[in-house]
Design a protein around this ligand. Structure first.
Ligand code: NAD
Length: 272
């Protein structure tokens, strides 16, 4: 199948895990540019370095930028840098996020912890949506030819990384579940507000994925791998590429009429 990805992607949290796999997938699928955004500059540089040999667009460029997504001025200067380098932004995947390392019952959660999760998982995403849609709104409406027909694909696409905890609750992980539910609400509202501007906004909601975030959770709960096998109908956790491929599809012109959706990719975990 010919690639329909050819624009510029800004991927947050791309120094690790799902974000890194998404950045590499865009490079492999034909993106002209991938902007690797992360708190950890060394990790962002490493993703950018790995993307170059696998890129399929002859004009491909990778740009690594250290950004704290909770800091609006840091996000704004990143976006300015991207516009100066590439002139446009076609895809924005918001994968920067934090997970739970310590389980705590609802009556033990404090406002400090809640606020930390809120700032990264919700405000960090909102900061990127606001700064990036401002650029997208100035871009012309793109079309592509697909199977002999012209298809309107709009001015840009945003994809937020939620979780199956955007839909269900897991005992004793209040800040994560609360912020991932909020992220889905943010996604739906941003989709509504941006639909007239021809900008699509969606979320992917993975179950467990093999990343450093899950390694950290396993450290805090050694019974987790056995528990995962019993509660995941497919009896395994996802590899990052299985999430990245769905993200690339959802942001591609092939998904041109999908907006405000949360796509659960969890090996069947939330079915029972
Ligand atoms: P990860 O820890 O491997 O990667 C997260 C990246 O985000 C790190 O590189 C980190 O430096 C970066 N980051 C954190 N805070 C940041 C900030 N303030 N500014 C910029 N960058 C920041 O985690 P992952 O497993 O790849 O998770 C990515 C996303 O997927 C998260 O939103 C997470 O909640 C979600 N998710 C993960 C799983 C899973 O099982 N791994 C399941 C469902 C959803």
């Amino acid at each position: 199948m010919a690639s329909t990805i050819d624009g510029v992607a800004v991927v947050t949290g791309a120094g690790s895990g799902i974000g890194r796999a998404v950045a590499l997938a865009y490079a492999a699928e034909g993106a002209r540019g991938v902007v690797v955004v992360d708190l950890n500059y060394e990790a962002a540089m490493e993703t950018a370095r790995r993307s170059k040999p696998i890129a399929t667009n002859p004009a491909y460029q990778a740009l690594a930028i250290a950004v704290d997504v909770t800091d609006i001025s840091s996000v704004d200067s990143m976006v300015q840098n991207v516009v100066e380098t590439f002139g446009r932004i076609d895809y924005n995947v918001n994968s920067a996020g934090i997970g739970v390392q310590q389980h705590r019952a609802v009556d033990e959660v404090d406002s400090l912890e809640m606020n930390r999760f809120w700032q990264v998982n919700v405000m960090g995403t909102l900061n990127c949506i606001q700064a990036i849609t401002k650029v997208m709104k100035t871009q012309s409406i793109a079309t592509v030819g697909l199977r002999g027909r012209t298809r309107e694909v709009g001015r840009g696409v945003i994809l937020n990384v939620g979780s199956c905890n955007s839909y269900i609750a897991t005992p004793q992980i209040v800040p994560y579940t609360t912020t991932k539910h909020a992220l889905l609400g943010l996604t739906k509202t941003a989709a509504l507000d941006n639909a007239p501007h021809k900008i699509r906004v969606n979320a992917i909601c993975p179950g467990w994925v093999n990343t450093p975030m899950v390694d950290a959770a396993v450290e805090g709960n050694p019974n987790l791998p056995t528990m995962m096998k019993t509660i995941i109908p497919m009896e395994r956790i996802a590899e990052v590429e299985e999430i990245a491929d769905v993200i690339v599809f959802m942001t591609s012109p092939r998904a041109s009429y999908v907006t405000g959706a949360g796509w659960i990719v969890d090996g069947g975990t939330t079915l029972q």
